[in-house]
Design a protein around this ligand. Sequence first.
Ligand SMILES: Cc1cc2nc3c(=O)[nH]c(=O)nc-3n(C[C@H](O)[C@H](O)[C@H](O)COP(=O)(O)OP(=O)(O)OC[C@H]3O[C@@H](n4cnc5c(N)ncnc54)[C@H](O)[C@@H]3O)c2cc1C
Length: 444
Amino acid sequence: MKKEKIESERRHIVIIGGGFGGIATAKALKHTDADVTIIDRLNHHLFQPLLYQVATAELSPGDISAPIRAIISKNPRIKVILGEVAEISPEMKSLRMRNGQSISFDQLVMATGAQYNYFGHGEWAEFAPGMKSISDALKVREKLLMSMEEAEQLHDSSKRKSLLTYVIIGGGPTGVEMAGAIAEIAGNGAKHGYHSIKPEDARIYLIEAGPRILNAFPESLAAKAKKMLEKMGVRVLLNTPVTNIEKNKVHLKVGSIETPNIIWAAGIKASSLLDSLKVAQDRSGRVLVEADLSIPQYPDIFIIGDSAHREDKNGMPLPALAPVATQQGKFVGKLLAKDGKRSSGSKFKYTDKGTMATIGRAKAVADIKGLKFSGFFAWFLWSFIHVLGLIGFRNRTRVFVEWIWNYFTFKRGVRLITDRSGCVYCTTYEINHKELKELQEMPV
Ligand SMILES: Cc1cc2nc3c(=O)[nH]c(=O)nc-3n(C[C@H](O)[C@H](O)[C@H](O)COP(=O)(O)OP(=O)(O)OC[C@H]3O[C@@H](n4cnc5c(N)ncnc54)[C@H](O)[C@@H]3O)c2cc1C
């Protein structure tokens, strides 16, 4: 019988990040004899590819997230810490938490993901939020719903026009998916109960600085996606860099667009925690890693997912995608389950199973190992793969039922506005404020 090591003899493996990479690492460490700690500033794992469906009121936050503790609760060797790591001391093999606590490790896996990149214009974030978290998606949802509520009540045509204008910056999969989903709600106002909003009232712009959308897809599929979007009423502006963003206004080289509904989906940079390692990083802040995903000068520190820069056989950096993070997490977890020594000569190899993006109801594009699909079949594939990617049977079942229901009824599930501070002309707010005052003044 294998003798269990006493605590002082056991390695301590720390994983920072409970996203795709971190969870895959922890799961692959199931049978390790080491002690494992997983740290995340959030208490939940989030399926980011479906965030836009929370923002467009198709799904609830709980459908696409699950508590990290619940995901790995079966393994008593894995400890979960809710907190933010502020700094790493690679030589000391320790890290400092935001609350001042210090944690030492024998081996470290950094799976801290990425954040939105405003390319030197951090001040734009306030007016053009990106979506990386549930709270970001809920802010966007409140804004979209609030502007439809206000437009429904307003008669002033220029105010209505700005409220029913949507600008999505960035023509990658997130921008495309967001533009398509907004086109479906705003373009079908009556179906969603907004009887004064006509399809022709909505103006949806997808703005891309480069010459095409969906850069990572074959050109023919990107062209099909553009056509589908345009058919849905989205105005796709290519070669159109944004020059400035201020409150309720986007400036382009060719003019400006007035709207409170500005969404940023134009690029990411790696987590800033990586800077504390003081090792070589690429232009997006990703750390350059060895074939076993460790850092050249620190063989016991591994970087995976959106935080890592590793090239494929053609010399191109692996894309910031969930399957890359998951496969890297599995690889590092298995490596560490043995001992994780570089001398083992293990090399990570990415298996590309394909890329896909949905454009709307029964519309998507997919490139699976060189086979190109578009339309209903691509959308069916997209739905199937995304449901499978969700963690937990309950989430999968709920989302599956939700999608079937939405497909046949055209309904959007979760159109709740819980914070009306995002109003622009605040007509609805004033009405309620007055009502509230009257209520307060009523004799008891
Ligand atoms: C809106 C959107 C849509 C997307 N759509 C797709 C898609 O359709 N298909 C696809 O394949 N990919 C998609 N992606 C990309 C995919 O989600 C990422 O590639 C993937 O999440 C990367 O996994 P990761 O483990 O590297 O990081 P993440 O999954 O981002 O996890 C990082 C974790 O680290 C935690 N963390 C960060 N810093 C700290 C710190 N200092 N202390 C403690 N915890 C910390 C975070 O809270 C987070 O939980 C999308 C991303 C977004 C934002």
